[in-house]
Design a protein around this ligand. Structure first.
Ligand code: B3K
Ligand code: ZN
Length: 855
């Protein structure tokens, strides 16, 4: 396989300052004519030919400076032209068939509309072009198509002219004044309607905002529109960044590989991140929409105005933009809940990646297929790395750093190093050693031990760090790790202020004076560093923190650690005290000052996957059993209290305000515990909630509880849900997911049957993820000891790879962690991977992931 390496980066030999495109659009036949203004780079060797990337294209005409040109070659699908001078006009015509583009990269048809996805390397499937992010060009685009099929014609920038031609066709001319890399090109043609609004920038410029959807979906665009306006205001206030065009368009499409795409002035979204109303969307869906709309909007500066030099720098835009959208959501709602959610995602998706065969630094050193590097590491760990810089600099200096970064690199294709240098210069700080985070894969482990000397009144914190990657043993490491701590009075829980200690050696001690009594250690507050913390704190200390810590994340974390260490002990057969957990839960349940949403977080057990990550060898069934047993015990112990809370959280008229959302959340969590207590009326209670619900959060919560049960209420509810929502694809996705996540022992069979359901299709990525990602996340059933779950995923990946390699490759990591499991499952997982590896004609996407997983 061809391996692309970061160290091999070379600046381009030719630049394309401008490009004019003409599209004659048709669902199954589109003609693309391009006119490139090409300039030889002054630093290029004179004889270097012009190399234009292409993927599946054949030129039907090539001209240079207006004359037919024959001195070209197709090499591996790319077009090479030998050109005599330093500046030319190159014209190329190609013909493509969007209706057969099942990869959903380039120009494709989604239902009856045409849309594009170009990041990372999709533009080369539309026309021949140097498809790399350090080529910035001005685009002018003429698009023409049938007026009935494509009443709406959209592209980047501003529409400068439009008109009608013969045969019922019409056209539009769009110019984008901002030079951009080809991956930000976008075009949409279809029968769409818009929710139109406006925004006035801080400097008084009006911006027209449109969210384009299919007729009928308009009433579900309000939340996305509000999120867009909130993000535009927030970026002005927090980062000083204004929008830079008179028009901002968003289009929702049903067939999309990712969440959304930040094309300049024309964001294209997976419809699940646009469409919502209380009847079809859960509170989590509403949050997802707010976060993704913000994320794509923020890319206008962190990604578009300042873009990436090459794809190894992907975290430059993605890590930073995730950090920005996380901060935005924290400001719009509860910062504490948002941080808990961010860390949950990091631990569920990124820590396993860092501990497995696909581990890579946030700035990878090499790749075969760049699509495989849109990972939780590049995105979410990337965001944690930016967050650590923000912590080390403090808010004011961090802002100076980002201002400097945007000023220095506006209009450029930059590197991660450029960002760090801007932080150093703007924040007047030396980040020399901090750069280790960009080069190093793996999650650092930090061990913390607090000792106390009553004679001198000092407390001493001993910290040690180590790292391991790709299964190698832990080695002492020297990452720069900012750790927020507080020393709590062991009786009152009071403290004299949070402190930041920065660990930058393999072992380091910090002393604190004026400590009369042995304080209780609150550490990694706010999850200030993305590490695995091993502290010597006792169960009693963790229980104390779970009711006294004033840092909400640390408080939540103490409870999680308390529960996790008990469960790990159960699984490994070591004695552990359960009563202390029950007491800790009793204490928070009795604390009437706690916000209900936070209470719901505090009392939830760590996930089965998280528990597995704490073990040397994973046995999903044993973990599941131990966890269910504890859930049952908690359910029984506090049943009356849970019922009281459940009734207190009875919803009134629907509202998205924090209190109403908190009630919905706590109601679902208490319902889960009531069901876990095995009381007779649990199914009836859940069914009533389902039947009476006026919102999807309550409905899905009830169905989630019913889905595991062996009760007729489960069948009734699932059948009813299907009938009610079979015409709404996004809601029907939930129906597939709920069943795929069921803990029932017949789940593998059921998923097999669902794959043959008339409403199931491999051509819609949302539907594929709904069923199969739901299933691979179902630890106890995906890891069925028969290995049937693994086989099913292997067969599905092989089939899907033939149509959509990008989405197929995303399922490899679930099998790729085979080395972590007990022998029986481990062998079966490896066999499934080998089956995939042996399939003919594998895509680059899947073959890279499979071969790395087996290596
Ligand atoms: N930048 C896009 C990623 C698209 C990648 C497709 N292979 C979405 C985002 O992060 O905003
Ligand atoms: Zn992004």
């Amino acid at each position: 396989p061809t391996i692309i390496r970061r160290e091999d980066y070379r600046p381009p030999a030719w630049f394309i300052p401008s490009i004019a495109l003409d599209f004659q659009l048709g669902l199954d036949h589109t003609v693309v004519h391009s006119l490139l203004d090409v300039r030889r780079s002054k630093s290029a060797k004179y004889e270097e030919p012009l190399l234009l990337d292409g993927d599946g294209l054949i030129p039907t005409a090539v001209k240079v400076d207006g004359e037919a040109w024959t001195d070209w070659q197709l090499i591996d699908g790319n077009l090479q032209l030998s050109l005599p001078g330093t500046a030319h006009e190159v014209e190329i015509t190609v013909e493509i068939d969007p209706s057969t583009n099942t990869q959903l990269m380039g120009l494709y048809a989604s239902q009856d509309m045409l849309c594009t996805q170009c990041e990372a390397e999709g533009f080369r499937r539309i026309t021949f072009f140097p498809d790399r992010p350090d080529i910035l060009s001005r685009y002018s685009v003429r698009m023409e198509g049938d007026k009935k099929t494509f009443p709406v014609l959209l592209c980047n920038g501003d529409k400068v002219a439009e008109g009608e031609v013969d045969n019922g066709r019409h056209w539009a001319q769009w110019n984008d004044p901002w030079p951009k890399p080809s991956y930000l090109f976008a075009l949409v043609a279809g029968d769409l309607v818009a929710n139109t609004d406006s925004f006035t920038t801080r400097s008084g410029k009006p911006v027209e905002l449109n969210i384009w959807v299919r007729d009928g979906d308009l009433p579900r665009t309000g939340h996305a529109m509000q999120a867009l306006k909130d993000s535009m205001r927030w970026d002005e206030e927090v980062y000083g960044r204004e929008y830079d065009l008179g028009l901002f368009n968003i289009v929702a499409v049903s067939d999309f590989n990712m969440g959304a795409m930040e094309n300049k002035g024309l964001n294209i979204f997976n419809s699940r991140y646009i469409l919502a109303d209380p009847e079809v969307a859960t509170d989590a869906d509403f949050d997802g929409i707010e976060g993704v709309v913000a994320h794509e909007y923020f890319h206008n500066w962190s990604g578009n105005r300042v873009t990436c030099r090459d794809w190894f720098q992907l975290s430059l835009k993605e890590g930073f933009t995730v950090y920005r959208d996380q901060s935005f959501s924290a400001d719009m709602g509860s910062a504490a809940l948002k941080r808990i959610e961010d860390v949950r995602i990091l631990r569920a998706a990124q820590f396993p990646e860092d501990a497995g065969p696909l581990a890579h630094p946030i700035r990878p050193e090499s790749y075969q297929e760049i699509s495989n590097f849109y990972t939780a590491t590049v995105y979410n760990k990337g965001a944690e790395v930016i967050r650590m810089m923000a912590t080390l600099l403090g808010a004011e200096r961090f802002r100076k750093g980002t201002d400097l970064y945007f000023d220095r690199h506006d209009g450029e294709a930059a590197t991660c190093e450029d960002f760090v240098v801007a932080m150093e210069d703007g924040g007047e700080i030396d980040l020399g050693k901090f750069r280790g985070w960009y080069r190093t894969p793996g999650t650092p482990r930090v061990s913390a031990k607090l000792s106390h000397n009553p004679q001198t009144g000092t407390a001493k914190l001993d910290l040690k760090q180590s790292l391991s990657a790709n299964g190698a043993p832990q080695q002492p490491s020297e990452m720069v790790i900012p750790i927020k701590i507080a020393l709590l009075d062991p009786v009152t829980g009071a403290h004299e202020g949070e402190q930041l200690v920065t660990l930058d050696q393999a072992a380091q001690s910090f002393t604190f004076e004026g400590q009369k009594d042995h304080p209780i250690l609150s550490i990694n507050r706010g999850f200030s560093a993305p590490i695995i913390l091993e502290s010597s704190r006792t169960a009693e200390e963790l229980a104390f923190l779970s009711s006294h810590d004033d840092d909400p994340f640390a408080r939540f974390e103490a409870m999680q650690q308390l529960m996790a260490s008990y469960l790990v002990a159960q699984v490994t057969g070591t004695p552990a005290d359960r009563d202390i957990i029950l007491q800790a839960i009793g204490a928070v349940l009795a604390d009437d000052k706690i916000d209900r949403a936070f209470l719901a977080e505090l009392i939830q057990l760590p996930s089965e996957a998280f528990l597995g990550d704490q073990m040397i060898e994973v046995d999903p069934q044993t973990i599941h059993d131990a966890r269910e047993k504890l859930r049952g015990k908690i359910g029984v112990q506090f049943e009356r209290k849970f019922r009281r809370l459940y009734n207190q959280c009875e919803p009134g008229a629907f509202s998205l305000d924090a209190a109403a959302r908190a009630d919905r959340k706590l109601r679902n969590v208490t319902l889960g515990y009531i069901a876990a207590s095995q009381v007779e009326d649990a199914a009836a209670l859940a069914f009533d909630q389902y039947r009476d619900a006026n919102n999807m959060t309550a409905m899905q919560g009830a169905l989630g509880v019913l889905s595991h049960m062996d009760a007729e209420e489960r069948t009734w509810a699932l059948e009813d849900f299907f009938k009610r929502f079979k015409d709404n694809a996004l809601v029907l996705d939930k129906w597939f997911t709920l069943q795929a996540m069921s803990q029932r022992s017949d789940t593998v069979k059921r998923v097999e049957r669902l794959a043959n359901h008339p409403e199931f299709t491999l051509s819609n990525p949302n539907r594929v993820r709904a069923l199969y990602a739901g299933f691979t996340n179902n630890q106890v059933r995906f890891h069925d000891p028969s290995g049937k779950g693994y086989q099913m995923i292997a067969d599905m990946v092989i089939e899907l790879d033939g149509q959509n390699p990008q989405t197929a490759a995303r399922f490899i990591p679930s099998l790729g962690r085979w080395r972590r499991f007990e022998r029986g499952r481990s062998d079966l997982m490896r066999l499934a991977l080998e089956k995939i590896a042996g399939a003919p004609n594998l895509s680059k996407d899947v073959s890279e992931q499979v071969s790395k997983s087996l290596a």
